[in-house]
Design a protein around this ligand. Structure first.
Ligand SMILES: Cc1cc2nc3c(=O)[nH]c(=O)nc-3n(C[C@H](O)[C@H](O)[C@H](O)COP(=O)(O)O)c2cc1C
Length: 173
């Protein structure tokens, strides 16, 4: 079986979000892609991307993974810039890459091929940001993937909802 996948998108690769993610996946077999180290172009309406653009290769790993974790800090009630850039590129799956987009959905809710995503976010507020949560759930809904859980931590601290963390871990192995 393919490995679980985490996509880390923060302005710093060793900050609170990275620490939170590390604690969540510690002891599990989960590949981490740091968007700061990936070559992902900004979304283009003409869908012309350079040969070294890594977006579609990452999407293939997402399709194969039993769960994909999106790890982002809360920046101004929303995703980090690098994560938002990555999410904007999902529009390619509704444009020039529709066949891949259909594969990403992966069938009905109980199908083993269904894509399952989780959000990990880190902010300074005591509670998870409702606008970020809502955006993530709506993105999952629009793309036809299952939102497994949302995990939040204040800075790099404890998970505010340990059950949500356990729900993600149950999918990790
Ligand atoms: C540009 C910027 C905007 C932020 N906006 C918010 C916010 O809207 N809500 C919040 O709870 N924390 C906000 N914070 C605090 C960060 O989300 C928090 O410190 C987080 O743990 C940082 O994670 P990082 O080390 O991965 O960047 C903001 C921080 C920065 C730098």
């Amino acid at each position: 079986m393919a490995r679980a996948l985490a996509i880390l998108g923060s302005a710093r690769s060793d900050g609170h979000t990275a620490a939170l993610l590390k604690r969540l996946i510690d002891g599990f077999d989960c590949e981490v892609i740091d968007l700061n180290a990936a070559n992902i172009a900004c979304f283009r309406y003409d869908q012309r991307y350079a040969d070294d653009d890594e977006f579609m290769a990452i999407v293939e790993r997402m399709i194969a993974a039993p769960i994909v974790i999106f790890a982002t800090p809360v920046y101004w009630y929303s995703f980090s810039t690098v994560m938002k850039n990555f999410i904007d590129r999902m529009s390619d799956l509704l444009m020039s890459q529709k066949t891949v987009g259909r594969r990403l959905r992966g069938g009905p809710p109980e199908s083993p091929h269904k894509s399952r995503w989780a959000l990990v976010s880190s902010g300074s507020d005591r509670e998870p940001d409702r606008d970020l949560s809502s955006a993530f759930r709506r993105i999952c809904e629009y793309l036809g993937v299952e939102c497994v859980a949302e995990v939040y931590g204040v800075e790099g601290g404890a998970f505010v909802d340990e059950d949500a963390a356990q729900t993600v871990r149950a999918r990790l192995g």
